[in-house]
Design a protein. Structure first.
Lengths: 117, 107
């Protein structure tokens, strides 16, 4: 069974940092690109970042470029998102997902990052 | 960047109704459109991928079609378990973008 589990959310002060983790199982991890999405409270879905199968290419939304870094460890089936210079508007539930056959899924359960002073 | 305009923002349907949601994209996306369902407090789940392909295990009451810049998603015979928010997504180019969402409620 394909499983994607995220962790690492919590409360952070503006300007602070946080690392989110995503553990994958049930599929050949290095065959798939991986992604992070987010959803601010009571708002819609927003794409954050994508990393290639080998981890040699990353893509970011303009809203996080230069502040967030996505990485992966294919030996341990892990994906990470390093959040830095956090802003109040980064408050959201962050989801990890696999790029499948043209669709994005499954998604992790979501981890909430709250940025507040 | 490709803009995605989804309508309506909310729907109220009776059990057994058929409902339709529309997504208009700002440039042709060569059928690179997915549709997701998100139930309250849960992660989104893909229902339809690449415009019209039903994801494994998803009810055939869900269907979708479209081309170029206009895409539609339908639910036939609406059931109570269909309550949630539906999103379209274009993935032809980065940045990947979503419609604003359509909240479905049951009358």
């Amino acid at each position: 069974e394909v499983q994607i589990l995220d962790s690492g959310g919590g409360f952070v002060r503006p300007g602070g940092s946080r690392r989110l983790s995503c553990a994958a199982s049930g599929f050949i991890f290095n065959y798939y690109a991986m992604n992070w999405f987010r959803q601010a409270p009571n708002k819609g879905l927003e794409w954050v970042s994508t990393i290639s199968k080998a981890g040699d290419q990353t893509f970011y939304a303009d809203s996080v470029k230069g502040r967030f870094i996505m990485s992966r460890d294919n030996s341990n089936n892990m994906v990470y998102l390093r959040l830095s210079a956090l802003r109040v508007e980064d408050t959201a539930t962050y989801f990890c997902s696999r790029t499948g056959h043209g669709a994005y899924g499954p998604w992790s359960q979501g981890t909430l990052v709250t940025v507040s002073s | 960047d490709i803009q995605v305009t989804q309508s309506p923002s909310s729907l109220s349907a009776s059990i057994g109704d058929r409902v339709t949601i529309t997504c208009q994209v700002s440039q042709a996306v060569t059928n690179y459109i997915n549709w997701y369902q998100q139930k309250p407090g849960k992660a989104p789940q893909v229902l339809i991928y690449e415009t019209s392909n039903l994801e494994d295990g998803v009810s055939s009451r869900f269907s979708a079609s479209g081309s170029e810049t206009l895409y539609t998603f339908s639910i036939s015979n609406v059931q109570p378990e269909d309550i949630g928010t539906y999103y379209c997504q274009q993935y032809k180019t980065v940045p990947i973008s979503f419609g604003q969402g359509t909240r479905l409620e049951i009358k």
